[in-house]
Design a protein around this ligand. Structure first.
Ligand SMILES: [Cu+2]
Length: 111
């Protein structure tokens, strides 16, 4: 009986470790806010495949984009309070800008 218990503890522990490893390998989501016409933070480093969730914490529209040889996106106009989710699939350094507020700049380094 005691041997059986130990076996189940071992199997449960293995399952837990396997589950944790899967979670660790999954893409992370980080949040970048847009407030007072500024990205916060202004610089961010993420891993390939990670996701940035852009919030619009201002009371007016933003419209963000990046244009690089390896990766580009061009969002629709983003209303206040509506998050925008962007996956960065390729390594590199990307400048994210707002089409409405040219001074806004976020540098995303994808490793
Ligand atoms: Cu903007």
């Amino acid at each position: 009986m005691e041997k059986l218990d130990r076996k189940w503890i071992a199997i449960t522990a293995l399952a837990f470790v396997a589950g944790f490893t899967t979670l660790a390998a999954a893409a992370a989501t980080v949040t970048v806010s847009q407030k007072n016409r500024t990205f916060g933070p202004g610089n961010i480093t993420i891993a390939k495949g990670d996701v940035i969730r852009f919030t619009n914490d201002d009371e007016f529209l933003h419209q963000i984009y990046t244009k690089a040889s390896g990766f580009s996106f061009d969002s629709d106009e983003q209303s206040p309070g509506h998050p925008l989710v962007v996956t960065f699939p390729t390594a590199g350094v990307f400048e994210v800008r707002c089409g409405i507020h040219p001074k806004m700049l976020l540098t995303v380094t994808v490793k």
